[in-house]
Design a protein around this ligand. Structure first.
Ligand code: 13P
Ligand code: SF4
Length: 311
């Protein structure tokens, strides 16, 4: 029998109907990050930032989680719910920043600074999480660092998020030299030009942006923090300094507001590798499945749980 996904180019509506049907049959839940393409966001049961998605993944009544995002997000879900089948529909949806530090490199750093606490951004591999005391995301990084007793903090892998956190704490932050290519390429000139084009707009940027871009912004938020701000603000216009996929959700959630990308080049190509066809194929075949070896998952879970315990 020909599988549904082998048929020639069914339309979006047909894809959606098949996905909904299979989702029910397999008792699956679809989670999507705010950067996913519009069609994928539209079929998701829950859309969010990294922290919201991790919390959701830890607390779901389902047999299957279809994670429309990148590898470290699906890994985190698999670590938190080892009894569930976690699918990453685009097997090659990796996060280049997460690959900028290895567990071996972190071990060397820990040996050099034995009194420092290790905070890892959730954008890391399971092996790096397993070597860390606690995780953080862009929405809770300052709170997580402030919750620790140690004065020295090894902060991996994002140097920009590390330097943002350093603005709000007296602790010594020792950032790794990693970065997100999507946010790090946004320049102060981009902000100046966008303000010229939209003089009444507020500028919101993500803390993965460079310090000199953060300096020029009106507000700094995680992706869901930006959406909340846009919806609740009395202002009408916003310049959005993060990955462009977020504009879809802003237009949907707050249609009375105008949101302009700070840089049209802020595109995370790996976030765009998931589409409806891959989601459908993934539900049909229950592949590609994300698994994490038990010894690594057991250690990494401690770091993730410590983060989730801090409200
Ligand atoms: P948040 O959605 O947690 O702000 O993170 C952005 C990001 O880069 C995810 O890869
Ligand atoms: Fe990684 Fe940056 Fe893409 Fe987020 S936007 S998945 S941090 S490369």
């Amino acid at each position: 029998m020909t599988s549904y996904t082998e048929k020639v180019a069914p339309d979006t509506k047909t894809f959606k109907e098949e996905i909904l049907k299979l989702k029910k049959e397999k008792n699956a839940v679809i989670l999507a990050h705010n950067y996913q393409i519009g069609e994928v966001q539209d079929i998701a049961d829950f859309i969010g930032d990294s922290l919201e998605l991790a919390r959701k993944a830890s607390n779901l009544d389902a047999d299957v989680i279809v994670f429309c995002g990148v590898d470290f997000m699906a890994e985190t879900a698999a670590i938190l719910s080892p009894e569930k089948t976690v699918l990453l529909p685009a097997a090659d949806a990796n996060c280049p920043m997460a690959e900028m530090i290895t567990a071996g490199e972190l071990r060397v750093l820990k040996e050099r600074f034995p009194d420092a606490a290790v905070v890892c951004y959730v954008n890391t591999s399971a092996e790096v999480k397993a070597e860390s005391y606690i995780c953080c995301t862009s929405s809770n990084a300052v709170k997580i660092v402030e919750s620790l007793d140690e004065d020295q903090i090894i902060f991996v892998p994002d140097k920009n998020l590390g330097s943002y956190v350093a603005r709000f704490t007296d602790k010594q932050i020792m950032p790794w030299e990693g970065f997100c290519f999507v946010h790090d390429r946004i320049t102060p000139e981009d902000v100046i030009n966008a303000r010229k084009l939209h003089p009444d707009a507020e500028v919101l940027v993500h803390p993965e942006c460079r310090a000199e871009v953060v300096d020029l912004a009106d507000h700094v938020y995680s992706t869901s923090g930006m959406i909340k701000h846009v919806c609740e603000s009395g202002n009408k216009e916003f310049i959005i300094g993060t990955e462009v996929g977020i504009i879809h959700r802003m237009n949907k959630d707050c249609p009375d507001k105008s949101c302009y990308p700070l840089s049209p080049n802020a595109i995370c190509i790996t976030m765009k590798r998931t589409d409806l066809h891959k989601v459908l194929r993934s539900l049909e075949t229950l592949t590609p499945e994300m698994t994490v070896p038990k010894d690594v998952a057991d250690k990494a879970r401690l770091a993730i749980r410590r983060m989730l315990d801090i409200k």
